[in-house]
Ligand binder design. Structure first.
Ligand SMILES: Cc1cc2nc3c(=O)[nH]c(=O)nc-3n(C[C@H](O)[C@H](O)[C@H](O)COP(=O)(O)OP(=O)(O)OC[C@H]3O[C@@H](n4cnc5c(N)ncnc54)[C@H](O)[C@@H]3O)c2cc1C
Length: 448
């Protein structure tokens, strides 16, 4: 089925004024889509900080643009989106098509199954894009060159984990911060879009189960016909999301590399291990970024129930490089990263991190987004739940949000992104390691 969004019927009217809470990929893309499709609507984007927001999930040195999905719907949408990024004269300057190598340890597990199925699906539709790396040596040589040899098993505990792989040469990485700057500039240049940055939304103003606007932390009130919640991992403080969307933090670190190393590894692909969760990006601006899809971290916080001020609830709430600038990643995260590097990039294994951070995502049980009307507050629309894979859809997300507001989203997407979608295929579209998120405050470390 095509996901083409049909023209809106004449009878359905779009709100005259919209507040978007959040200026990440969901918020900025939605603002531009509204300006394109409903040019008479006044849009106000409110953010705690000015974009590119330093601790926003959408803002980072790099993000993967990949179409390797088990789910054919995301796979198709990812291809469409990558084409739009390639055709965008500004974004494409920051896109680097160096492929993505998916490695696994070959042991029986759900990760090996996802790996195998992704390869089979990809190869059957586009064999020319797939390089298979059967042995440990070939996996290592894809990064370090034909004359290199992986470290002996005896030096890495006897068990190889970077064992077998395939590379999809079509996949790419993008400079995420520069891209968000481009989208921010486009919004600034659009006469119907205004920004209010520097004061967070304290709460959505609701009367008789109908949204009337928002109240900012400084007490200012802004009125609008519709409020779109695109606040990423902070969304749970603004609307009650229960377990539909849960903020989870993941560890990221950067290692400086020399000019000689940068030249040597310049053409490597993004290299990710499905079994251990480690992601290694090619060198970019003198550094290599690594991250791990661990079970993650939570930061349990008591807040006033966003929809019933008489009650208190516990949520996980982002603790970030802005709120806690001296935090570094927990020691278990660092140890796991170094353990992986010892096998696949041994010369980096003991090198100090230049910096590290916990990056927060609004995770959903199935890794499906949440793009839907609020279940009982009229005039609130939800555009969040990006999990660990929404960035790549930057050019499309806004169209989907507008279509959802207008009730013309294709049915398969309505079902995928509905408020009540708690079960379905597991998180195979952006799989995390098995286990529960750890409480960050119990293990947090600081830079002195
Ligand atoms: C480590 C990591 C790696 C990832 N890798 C990839 C990848 O390779 N490819 C990919 O496609 N996706 C990836 N993702 C996922 C992707 O980055 C996210 O899904 C996406 O960026 C989420 O965007 P967002 O707009 O929901 O959130 P954000 O970008 O966080 O935007 C939310 C905004 O809301 C603002 N806000 C919050 N509360 C308030 C308030 N009360 N008032 C005003 N403003 C508020 C915040 O300041 C923030 O700017 C990754 C995520 C992580 C964490």
């Amino acid at each position: 089925m095509s996901n083409k969004i049909e023209p809106v019927s004449e009878s359905k009217s779009f709100p005259d004024s919209v507040i978007i809470i959040g200026a990440g990929v969901f918020g900025l893309s939605t603002a531009l889509a509204i300006a394109k499709l409903h040019p008479l609507t006044k849009v106000t984007i409110v953010d705690r900080l000015t974009p590119p927001v330093a601790d926003g999930t959408s803002v980072d040195t790099t993000r993967c643009i990949r179409s390797d999905y088990l789910d054919p719907i995301y796979g198709r949408l990812a291809k469409q989106s990558q084409k739009l990024i390639q055709e965008d004269p500004d974004l494409r300057k920051h896109l680097f098509q160096q492929g993505m190598t998916f490695v696994c340890d070959g042991q029986p597990s759900r990760f090996t199954e996802v790996w195998r199925s992704q390869l089979e699906r990809g190869k059957s539709s586009n064999p020319a894009n797939y390089e298979e790396l059967i042995t440990r040596e070939e996996v290592f040589q894809r990064i370090h060159g034909k004359d290199s040899r992986p470290p002996p098993l005896s030096s890495i505990g006897g068990e190889a984990r970077w064992k077998t792989a395939y590379c999809n040469i079509e996949d790419a990485f993008i400079d995420a911060k520069e891209s968000i700057q481009i989208y921010y500039n486009r919004c600034l240049a659009t006469s119907t879009i205004d920004f209010l940055c520097g004061s967070a939304v304290e709460r959505i103003l609701v009367n008789d189960d109908k949204a009337e606007g928002v109240v900012l932390q400084d007490g200012a009130v802004i009125i609008a016909e519709m409020v779109i919640v695109a606040a990423g991992a902070w969304s749970n403080r603004l609307v009650y999301l229960g377990t539909r969307v849960v903020p989870v933090g993941h560890e990221v670190a950067w290692i400086k590399v020399s000019a000689e190393e940068e030249a040597r590894w310049k053409n490597m692909s993004i290299t990710t291990n499905m079994s251990t969760g480690l992601n290694i990006f090619p060198p970019y601006n003198g550094e290599i970024k690594i991250l791990r899809r661990s079970p993650g971290y939570k930061n349990t916080t008591i807040i006033t129930h966003p929809e019933d001020p008489s009650r208190k609830i516990q949520i996980s709430y982002p603790r970030t490089i802005v709120s806690n600038p001296n935090d570094v990643i927990p020691s278990d995260a660092e140890a796991a990263m170094r353990d992986n590097l010892r096998e696949i990039m041994p010369t980096l294994a003991d090198r100090p991190f230049d910096r590290s951070k916990i990056c927060w995502i609004s995770t959903t049980p199935t890794a499906d987004f949440l793009i839907a009307p609020h279940p009982h507050i009229t005039g609130v629309h939800l555009a969040t739940g990006g999990s660990a894979h929404a960035w790549k859809f930057l050019p499309l997300i806004g169209d989907w949000v507008v279509a959802s507001i207008m009730d013309v989203l294709p049915q398969e997407l309505v079902e995928k992104w509905a408020f009540d979608r708690h079960t379905g295929d597991s998180d195979q579209n952006a799989p995390r390691m098995d286990g529960e998120p750890q409480e960050l405050r119990d293990i947090v470390r600081y830079r002195l």
